[in-house]
Write a protein that binds this ligand. Structure first.
Ligand code: AMP
Length: 423
């Protein structure tokens, strides 16, 4: 049986790669405007990083990680990264970046791996574009990252974005709220889904965003975090809202939007593109003022987000917002016979060393078939070398758009073509 790609993974062929390059370039451009620099971290890390950096009670860690140990390293457990924030924080600490600058703004793009149930918009290997700001507790940076996401998506041409924001409090105010939630759900415990039953005491905030219909119904009337925020969290949230208003960002307050871990603090947000249906979340993020310390670093307030690149591409495709790929001007050298072929090969090499896209026949095609192929690759210029031309040490250049031709000495073909291509 033919070997197939693993479930939940995708091949991206050249016609799709142009779209990836397009979105990646737009992401790089916007990061430049907002002052973010790119980082790249390993695709796999010590498993402990994710246990501590994401949290053992999350679905991602408890059910979805690709974990392995191998070779003579049997004692060491590694995991394919399911997200990149923990790795970014590890790199920040390992490279002692906190000692070199007091504000760090990084972005990344790359593959993430989660053993999830594959469906449209949900894959086992997927790509995220994300950014992290380390070293500021100001709501200015929270609003900056939200503005960056919204501007990027709007510049792609996406309309009707739904920006949801919430505050999940901090270690000062959340324990009281957690307790209130436990008290609210405890009497209904038996009716909750098995996941929520086991989360009730460990991570009760997660009960608020359970997708199970019964749990959703049971959570109606649950206490809301806003009634329990401490003064600092409340002020932070109010300032964030003022900044988003000033930036003309439309948003909805969603008290059920949680990132249910102790070191996630204050701001949580998600950007949805509703036409995507069930998998409408394009980007999500939040503040994690406690994570750097959790990973044994100095107290460093931080915020970040991640955007699903496949989901973005799905949205752009759906709305016909992907640009037509540009056609690179190409030169094709039609040659017949061994002597002409050798000359064609030399011209090809000269043009390619000047970074002009040049192609010649490598399959022993007839002259007619070579011309047909030149058309197929949208060659703008075709150099024709038959026996007669070769005998006169000449070549014909055909301008494919107009079908005009000119004859040039063999020694100046490359130069003439280069000047035509480069204008
Ligand atoms: P998260 O890291 O779970 O907050 O996800 C951030 C973004 O990554 C989501 O809003 C999605 O756009 C994308 N994403 C998360 N999981 C997947 C997946 N399994 N397949 C495709 N995209 C995903």
């Amino acid at each position: 049986m033919a070997i197939k790609k693993p479930r939940g993974t995708q091949d991206f062929l050249p016609e799709q790669i142009v779209n990836w390059h397009y979105i990646e370039q737009c992401m790089r451009d916007i990061c430049k405007a907002y002052g973010f620099s790119e980082i790249r971290t390993p695709a796999f890390e010590d498993t402990k990083l994710f246990l501590r950096g994401i949290g053992e009670t999350t679905d991602v860690v408890s059910k979805e990680m690709y974990t392995f140990s191998t070779g003579d390293d049997k004692e060491q457990s590694y995991t394919l990264r399911p997200e990149n924030t923990a790795s970014a924080v590890r790199a920040y600490l390992e490279n002692k970046v906190y000692g070199k600058e007091n504000l760090t703004k990084w972005f990344y793009m790359g593959s993430m791996f989660r053993h999830d149930k594959p469906q449209a918009g949900r894959y086992r290997e997927f790509h995220q574009f994300g950014a992290e700001v380390l070293g500021s507790s100001s709501p200015v940076v929270d609003s900056e990252v939200i503005c960056m996401i919204v501007q990027l998506l709007k510049d792609f041409g996406l309309k009707d974005l739904n920006v949801e924001v919430n505050s999940v409090g901090c270690p000062n105010c959340r324990p009281t709220y957690r307790q209130k939630l436990i008290e609210f759900f405890e009497p209904k415990k038996d009716q909750l889904c098995p996941d929520c039953q086991s989360r009730l005491y460990k991570n009760p905030l997660r009960l608020l965003d359970c997708k199970n219909e019964t749990c959703k119904a049971l959570s109606v009337g649950a206490p809301e975090i806003h009634e329990h925020l401490c003064e600092e969290c409340n002020t932070h949230f109010e300032e964030l809202k003022t900044l988003l208003d000033a930036a003309d960002i439309q948003y909805n307050l969603n008290p059920r939007l949680v990132r249910g871990l102790d070191y996630y603090t204050k701001t949580a947000f998600e950007v949805q593109y509703t036409p995507l249906g069930a998998q409408s979340a394009v980007a999500g993020g939040g503040r994690y003022d406690g994570l750097v310390e959790e990973l044994d670093g100095p107290h460093t307030p931080a915020i970040g987000f991640a955007m699903g690149m496949e989901r973005l591409l799905l949205a752009l495709e759906k709305q016909n917002l992907l640009p037509e790929p540009a056609i690179e001007p190409a030169v094709f050298i039609v040659s017949l016979g061994d002597a002409a072929k050798l000359e064609a090969f030399k011209i090809c090499n000269t043009l390619r060393s000047a970074y002009v896209r040049a192609e010649m026949d490598g399959q022993g095609k007839s002259m007619k078939a070579q011309l047909k192929y030149a058309n197929k690759i949208h060659a703008k210029y075709v150099i024709i070398m038959g026996d007669d031309e070769l005998a006169n040490q000449e070549a014909i250049i055909r301008f494919m758009e107009t079908s005009e031709q000119e004859t040039v000495p063999l020694t100046s073909v490359s130069e003439r073509i280069s000047s035509l291509v480069k204008g």
